[in-house]
Design a protein around this ligand. Structure first.
Ligand code: C2E
Ligand code: MG
Ligand code: MG
Ligand code: MG
Length: 278
């Protein structure tokens, strides 16, 4: 049929678009296999108390080592996994790995809170809180060793499921953090109705902290509001000492960023952690 319209006239996509679609398609099918082939691994990045300078807890960040392409960023494959309906399987893997790791460190005498990231799709399924509580139980872990991080998009896409799950989790002692705060399209109204523990200020508000009076005003306000509401504040993506100085004056609670430590495999993390606390 295409021939009747002449050579090349039946093309929907430019070669560049075609290549993109194909690589996305290819990556999607690779993603299916990645779980079975053990290509996923958790890295851990510490959060550090701003006043003590000591690590308080950490965040689990997923890494995919693709056999041909090398490391692929979660910023790339998580949205794809969401589109392909694979995020729930990946999410279960992350939960299980995180709980195993908490249990291993605990056996070594280190009680470290690990935060896992949850995407809106995981709340949509409706049983995420039960999955988490079940996993803690299987590993015989107290709830205070696990935190969850979610973005404002969860309140936009599935407000009821998210609200219900967070209430269940918090009632059992799991800490709840809002991630990338300030970048979502959601209103502040969820903050009034949902009990939270931690607010993580997105890196984009902090990169120009020294130069931008506007950003300093925003960050000061976020910190003050959080404290009035009884929330702890974490500043994300800290790379410069000048940011630390300013955030200290602003009475921010915790820092996370390359300046303190990069995300690390579990063994490197625990060595770093013990050394910092020695
Ligand atoms: P996030 O949860 O906001 O995680 C923080 C991201 O900032 C991480 O990127 C971390 O490596 C990076 N980061 C930390 N310190 C610095 C810094 O000083 N400078 C800069 N430029 N970046 C810094 P990563 O690991 O690439 O993850 C990107 C996003 O992917 C995460 O953002 C999170 O939204 C998502 N993600 C990662 N792991 C998971 C997961 O297990 N499940 C889900 N649903 N999402 C995940
Ligand atoms: Mg996070
Ligand atoms: Mg973040
Ligand atoms: Mg992010």
């Amino acid at each position: 049929l295409a021939k009747d319209f002449g050579r090349n006239s039946f093309r929907f996509f430019s070669p560049e678009q075609h290549r993109l679609i194909q690589s996305r398609y290819q990556m999607g099918s690779d993603l299916q296999a990645a779980l079975d082939n053990g290509e996923f691994q958790l890295y851990f990045q510490p959060k550090v108390g701003l006043h003590t300078g000591r690590p308080t807890s950490c965040e689990a960040l997923l890494r995919w080592l693709h056999p041909q392409l090398g490391f692929i960023s979660p910023a790339e494959f998580i949205p794809l996994a969401e589109d392909l309906g694979l995020i729930n399987r990946i999410g279960r893997f992350v939960l299980e790995e995180a709980c195993q790791q908490i249990a291993r460190w605990r056996e070594q005498g280190e009680e470290i809170n690990v935060a896992i990231n949850l995407s809106a799709r995981q709340f949509q399924q409706g049983d995420i809180a039960e999955q988490i509580l079940e996993c803690l139980k299987q590993h015989n872990l107290p709830a205070h060793l696990l935190s969850v991080e979610l973005t404002e998009s969860c309140f936009l896409y599935c407000p009821e499921e998210t609200k219900e799950a967070l209430n269940t989790l918090r009632s059992q002692g799991i800490q709840v953090a809002i991630d990338d705060f300030g970048t979502g399209y959601s209103s502040l109204s969820y903050i009034r109705t949902i009990a939270l523990d931690i607010l993580k200020i997105d890196r984009s508000f902090l990169v120009n902290l020294e130069a931008s009076e506007v950003d300093r005003a925003i960050v000061t306000s976020i910190i003050e509001m959080s404290h009035v509401l009884g929330l702890q504040v974490v500043a994300e993506g800290i790379e410069h000492q000048s940011q630390v100085t300013i955030l200290k004056q602003m009475k921010c609670d915790q820092l996370q960023g390359f300046l303190l430590a990069r995300p690390m495999p579990a063994d490197a993390f625990i060595n770093w952690y013990k050394h910092q606390n020695a």
